[in-house]
Structures are given as structure tokens and as C-alpha cells.
Ligand binder design. Structure first.
Ligand code: SF4
Ligand code: SF4
Ligand code: SF4
Length: 353
């Protein structure tokens, strides 16, 4: 059998397939090469220069996200030369805008702050650049804080390549560079559909959720995995929960069917869960109004009336509506109940139930 090509990363021999990048091979082998701009499922841009690694016999450091692995290559991911380069890149990124990590609310999980701590970078080596663009606070759901944007381009790729909404691009040039929506208008006046993919992709606090509920530190509360109930796609999501309240929702990365993506309903449509108007007990109509009842009483009454209708007018007098938002299993049980118990084939669904 032909021997598979091998690359050595930090002393570990790793087999690879044709076309795999150094970064992909390292991650598959649980070797951590830090990145800021790299977005899975999108073309590598090599924009942030954080993933630079030392490749034996190469004259300069190489971007691990873009360089394909080669047979016999020897790579060092944390040599002194690599660490020095990363420190310099981080100093420059932190001096661009206002990152003030010590003061930052850190309401998202800031990868830049995490790397600054990891490499012992203060961000005070160079004077900060002037603030060029005010924050954009008028959108529903999402706030844009340009002073924390490092122009990594992940939001642009998340919007254009992953969600294919094509709302974002890199505008202007050089020191005036800015991520723009449409012709540099607020999100709400652009093609943006508020899916929030860009917020989940942003490695800093440049894009944050405006909901008051999310003004907590990322490490507070707990994550609960669940399935979105809005439509039949069944997206996998994390509910970030504290004191029995949902603070925010994020997509579960690396798991189908959505691989981290959510639509506007899945990501932002959770206020009803704790809404005071939400019905938590069955109601029985009496005259013009309703009265609260126990589940036993409500189910008993429904069974009695359905039985009466079937006995008096036949099973075809009854129809059952289920919901496109319910799970396959729920809809299966509903049709079994209709056919097996009520003896009717009048089963349908209502997309709005
Ligand atoms: S919220 Fe969605 S549509 Fe809007 S800019 Fe972000 S990724 Fe694009
Ligand atoms: S807004 Fe966030 S994801 Fe977009 S370029 Fe700036 S730092 Fe990167
Ligand atoms: S997040 Fe959107 S697409 Fe995904 S299951 Fe929920 S409603 Fe459907």
C-alpha cells in the first residue's frame, strides 16, 4: 500500500490528504494554531497574520491557513520567532481603534482579548489610531462598534459566503477601511436580514447583540443545547441561560443541519419564552370568556367532545391540524391519534400554528 504523505507539526508526524492546509492538518490533530480571520466553510484570506508558523527551509513565516501541507514539511507553531510575530500583530491590532480590553464589557467571547492575554500583549506599545466612525446603534438586534473592528473580514465571509445574503463588503481603502453594508448604510437600510451570522463570526466586540439581556459576561450562566422549533429544518442551537432566562441564542458549530448558522427567527425569536402573556395553563371557553382549568379537566373535556362528535356525525366530521413547527415525532403521533383513535384521515398542518 502506498504510504500517505506526512507533515511534522511540533514534532508530531501527521498524515494529510492532498490540498489540506497546515491549519486543517493541525486542527485535525488537536494542535492549536490561533486564528482571527479564518472562517470554516469560506476561502482562507490570510488577512490577520496570526496563524503564521515557522516552516523549515522557508525564508519567512508562512500563513498556516493558506499554505497547503507538503510531504516531509517540518512546522513549528509556537517557536520564539512565531510568538514574536504574533505579539507584534496583536500590538498593531490593539492600537487600531479602541480596544481597552481591561474596560471592555466583553459581552461576546472576544478572541482578540483572549489572544492578547495568551501572548502577554498590553496594546500600549503604539499610540491608538483616531476613531473614524461612530457606533451604529439604530438597528434592531445588532450594534456595530467600529472602534473594535480589526477588519478581519469574517463578517463579510459569514454574510456573503455562508448565508449568501451579500449584505456586506469591505469599503474604502487604507486607514479609512470600514466594513460597509450596501452603500455604507445602517444594517436596517441594507440587504441585511438580521440572521446574526456576522455577530457569531466576529472575533471581537465590534458586532454585538443589542438586547439588554446579553449585557453579561460570556462566562456567566450556562449553555443548554436544543433544537429550534420554528420550522422543520431543526437547527441546532445553544440557549445561553441565566436565572432561568434566555440571554442569547447561538448556533451549534460543526453539527448539522445548520453547522452554526441560524435565521432571524431562531436567533432572536425567544422573548415569548418568558413573556408574561404566555399561556401556561389550559383555558376552557365558557360563554364569551375563558376560565383556567387543570390539564386533566381540559383533556377529559376534549376527549368527551371529540367522542360525541364522532359518534353523532361520523369520523369525517373531525379534522386534525398539526404544525410545521412541530418535530417529525410529534407530527407522527398526531396522525396516529387521528387515524387510530379518531378514525379520520382528515389530517393536515398549518404553517402558522
Ligand atoms: S445579520 Fe446576517 S444578513 Fe445581516 S449583515 Fe449579518 S450576516 Fe449579513
Ligand atoms: S466587524 Fe468583526 S468580523 Fe467584521 S471585520 Fe470587524 S472584527 Fe472582523
Ligand atoms: S433557525 Fe430558522 S431555519 Fe433554523 S430551524 Fe429555526 S426557523 Fe428554521
Amino acid at each position: 500500500m502506498q504510504k500517505k504523505p506526512t507533515i511534522t507539526i511540533d514534532g508530531k508526524a501527521c498524515e494529510f490528504s492532498d490540498g489540506e492546509t497546515i491549519l486543517a492538518v493541525a486542527r485535525r490533530n488537536r494542535i492549536d494554531i490561533p486564528t482571527l480571520c479564518h472562517l470554516k466553510a469560506a476561502t482562507p484570506t490570510g488577512a490577520c497574520r496570526i496563524c503564521m508558523v515557522e516552516v523549515e527551509k522557508a525564508r519567512s513565516l508562512q500563513a498556516a491557513c493558506a499554505l497547503p501541507a507538503g510531504d516531509g514539511m517540518v512546522v513549528r507553531t509556537e517557536s520564539e520567532k512565531v510568538a514574536r510575530s504574533r505579539r507584534m500583530v496583536l500590538e498593531l491590532l490593539l492600537s487600531s481603534g479602541r480596544h481597552d480590553c481591561g474596560m471592555c464589557a466583553g459581552v461576546s467571547e472576544c478572541r482578540l482579548q483572549e489572544l492578547a492575554v495568551r501572548y502577554g500583549v498590553s496594546g500600549r506599545k503604539f499610540p491608538p489610531t483616531p476613531l473614524r466612525y461612530p457606533a451604529e446603534t439604530e438597528n434592531p438586534f445588532i450594534m456595530r462598534n467600529f472602534s473594535k473592528c480589526i477588519l478581519c473580514g469574517r463578517c463579510v465571509q459569514a454574510c456573503n459566503d455562508v448565508q449568501v445574503n451579500n449584505a456586506l463588503s469591505v469599503g474604502y481603502r487604507g486607514r479609512k477601511g470600514k466594513i460597509v453594508a450596501g452603500e455604507d448604510v445602517p444594517y436596517r437600510d441594507s440587504e441585511c436580514v438580521f440572521c446574526g451570522e456576522c455577530v457569531q463570526a466576529c472575533p471581537t466586540d465590534a458586532l454585538v447583540l443589542t438586547s439588554a439581556n446579553v449585557k453579561v459576561h460570556a462566562w456567566e450562566g450556562q449553555r443548554v443545547r436544543t433544537t429550534c422549533g420554528y420550522c422543520g429544518v431543526g437547527c441546532q442551537m445553544w440557549l445561553h441561560v441565566k436565572d432561568n432566562a434566555i440571554l442569547k441564542v447561538t448556533g451549534v458549530e460543526d453539527v448539522g443541519p445548520n453547522y452554526g448558522s441560524l435565521c432571524v427567527k431562531g436567533r432572536f425569536g425567544y422573548d415569548f419564552v418568558g413573556h408574561p402573556d404566555r399561556l401556561t395553563k389550559p383555558l376552557i371557553r365558557e360563554g364569551e370568556g375563558f376560565r383556567e382549568a387543570s390539564w386533566d379537566e381540559a383533556l377529559g373535556l376534549a376527549a368527551k367532545r371529540l367522542g360525541e362528535a364522532r359518534d353523532k356525525s361520523g369520523p369525517d366530521a373531525i379534522g386534525v391540524l398539526s404544525s410545521a413547527r412541530a418535530s417529525n415525532e410529534t407530527n407522527y403521533v398526531v396522525q396516529k391519534f387521528a387515524r387510530g383513535v379518531l378514525k379520520t384521515n382528515n389530517v393536515d398542518h398549518c404553517a402558522r400554528l
